[in-house]
Design a protein around this ligand. Structure first.
Ligand code: NAD
Length: 512
């Protein structure tokens, strides 16, 4: 066993609790913070102690009905959907400024609620703000097509916001992922009902005040807390919600897909992944080590685009595994609020149990090179936190469950390959197709591989660094539809074609 050697951050001696934490998170409906109609609540846990620190209103059908009614009214009767893009953009800029102004508070809350290391939570706030700025710019610069048929017809496209958008989000980087849907939905002129993940509703509670202060009209943004099977399900099935944008597990996506069918709803689905990082023998070895470590262990491994299967050319395989494992053992695991921490606590005991079950499974499916359990010497008072040592398995066969299934924690499977063809076959050998990372200095090989790999997004010689204009999304079981840039605006708007006759209409004279 190698877990004893995992580094733990010891500088934080007391568990950091942000000031003035709320004790009861409410829904936000029609401009007001409200309890559930039936008064129901559920507990929210802090991941480093797994003790409840607050309750949240538990949304049911009646709460979703009220939120949807408010959003529907704001869409039908409020100023937002018909406001000029520049006016909407000015509100979005104010939202972005407010997010940045609260960066420290937001990062503290996010870290406290999710267990994400504080240095990585800071980046999430900046990225969330950037999403609002980006879509503000996009709607102002937006133009639509016009098609002229000289002398006979002019056709133009009018873009209209669709209506009430239901936004359902997961618990990994919750605030940032909420911004990802909120920014384009609101920028497009839709009104929204957000159902944040039940494990991590804390940072979502900041949106209402941010939006109010920025001047977003009442009823445009509504939030219902609660579980997927109740609040989420009611939102998906609500007849007045024509659009569902969902990010979460592929199996949940399948359920939502089925439930949207009844209402023929528009759907955008960002689902799970088991992305390959392929390291060829001509790669920049040191850069590949740094990047493939970051690619799976950043955000506690709770990252949809994690490069959680590393495929390495056999000629450099032993050297790679040795160096990789040595670095993984050196990763600093500990109090998420400690700036030295690189891997914090997993979000929730239920998720911890799932990840740990894969760690145990891996011991018979691969060769354990690092981690393999809980790290020792955890900070005082956090011995019961959901901590998992960064875990590395080598020699993992392609039919192993740890090769095929999304673990969503700090666990990686490494597998050797001999030829480019075998690397491609291994890379494509899962039901997922979200991202792929390719490490080679051979231009031809890199492009050929990128074009053949079954992944919505490919990075050549890098981990996940994304320009907001580019499409985001997966293929196969990793998603349906792509978001990012104009694709997001396309999702939240209908494009109406208006055809104007300029010349004579040649109509067959029926019945003449
Ligand atoms: P999850 O599917 O369990 O839950 C996601 C959201 O869906 C939550 O808000 C939950 O309450 C809600 N939900 C659950 N059942 C529902 C139902 N029947 N009807 C309506 N809503 C329902 O996912 P999670 O565990 O919160 O998040 C982790 C997953 O998200 C991983 O699979 C990860 O890969 C994926 N993810 C994907 C992306 C991406 O962009 N592709 C980004 C982040 C996370």
């Amino acid at each position: 066993m190698t877990q004893n050697t995992t580094q733990t951050a010891q500088t934080a001696t007391e568990h950091f609790v942000p000031d003035n934490l709320p004790t009861n998170l409410k829904h936000y409906i029609a401009g007001k913070f409200v309890d559930s109609a039936d008064g129901g609540t559920f507990d929210i846990l802090d991941p480093v102690t797994n003790q409840p620190y607050c309750t949240a209103a538990s949304g049911q059908q009646a709460d979703v009905d009220a939120a949807t009614a408010a959003a529907k009214d704001a869409f039908a009767n409020g100023p937002w959907p018909t406001m000029k893009p520049r006016e909407r953009a000015n509100v979005l800029y104010k939202i972005a400024d407010a997010v940045v102004a609260q960066e420290d508070r937001l990062a503290e809350m996010e870290t406290f609620d999710t267990g994400l290391p504080i240095t990585q939570a800071r980046g999430q706030a900046r990225r969330a703000a950037e999403n609002f700025r980006f879509f503000a710019d996009l709607i102002v610069a937006q133009h639509d097509n016009a098609f002229n048929v000289p002398g006979s017809q002019m056709n133009y496209v009018k873009r209209k916001p669709i209506g009430v958008a239901g936004l359902i989000t997961p618990w990994n980087t919750p605030f940032m992922l909420e911004s990802w849907k909120l920014a384009p939905a609101i920028a497009s002129g839709c009104t929204v009902v957000l159902k944040p993940a039940e494990f991590t509703p804390l940072s979502a509670s900041l949106w209402a005040q941010i939006f109010e202060d920025a001047g977003l009209p009442e009823g445009v943004f509504n939030l219902v807390n609660g579980f997927g099977e109740t609040a989420g399900d009611a939102l998906v099935k609500h007849p007045d919600v024509p659009l569902i944008s969902f990010t979460g597990e592929s199996t949940t996506g399948q359920t939502i897909f089925r439930n949207c069918a009844e209402g023929l709803k528009g759907m955008s689905m960002e689902l799970g992944g088991k992305s390959p990082a392929v390291v060829f023998d001509d790669a920049d070895f040191d850069a590949a080590i740094d990047s493939t470590l970051f690619g799976v262990f950043s955000l506690n491994g709770e990252r949809c685009t994690a490069g959680s299967r590393i495929l390495v050319h056999r000629s450099i395989y032993d050297k790679f595994c040795e160096r990789y494992a040595a670095r993984a053992k050196n990763i600093v695991v500990g109090d998420p609020h400690d700036p030295d921490t690189q891997v914090g606590a997993l979000v929730h005991p239920e998720h911890y149990d799932k990840v740990m079950s894969y760690v145990e499974m891996g011991k018979s499916e691969g060769k354990l090179l690092a981690g393999g359990g809980r790290p020792e010497n955890l900070p005082a008072g956090q011995e019961n936190g959901s901590y998992v040592a960064p875990t590395v398995f080598a020699d993992v066969a392609p039919d192993a469950r740890i090769f095929q299934e999304e673990i969503f924690g700090p666990v990686v499977a490494i597998t050797p390959f001999d030829t480019d063809e075998e690397a491609l076959e291994l890379a494509n050998n899962t039901k997922y197709g979200l991202a792929a990372y390719i490490w080679t200095n051979d231009l031809k090989r890199g492009h050929n591989f990128a074009q053949s790999v079954e992944a919505g997004m490919v990075w050549l010689n890098s981990h996940n660094v994304r320009d907001l204009r580019s499409p985001f999304g997966g293929v196969k079981a990793s998603g349906l539809g792509h978001e990012g840039g104009y694709r997001s605006i396309d999702f939240y708007t209908d494009q109406q074609a208006v055809h104007i006759t300029l010349g004579d209409v040649h109509t067959p004279k029926f019945g003449a």
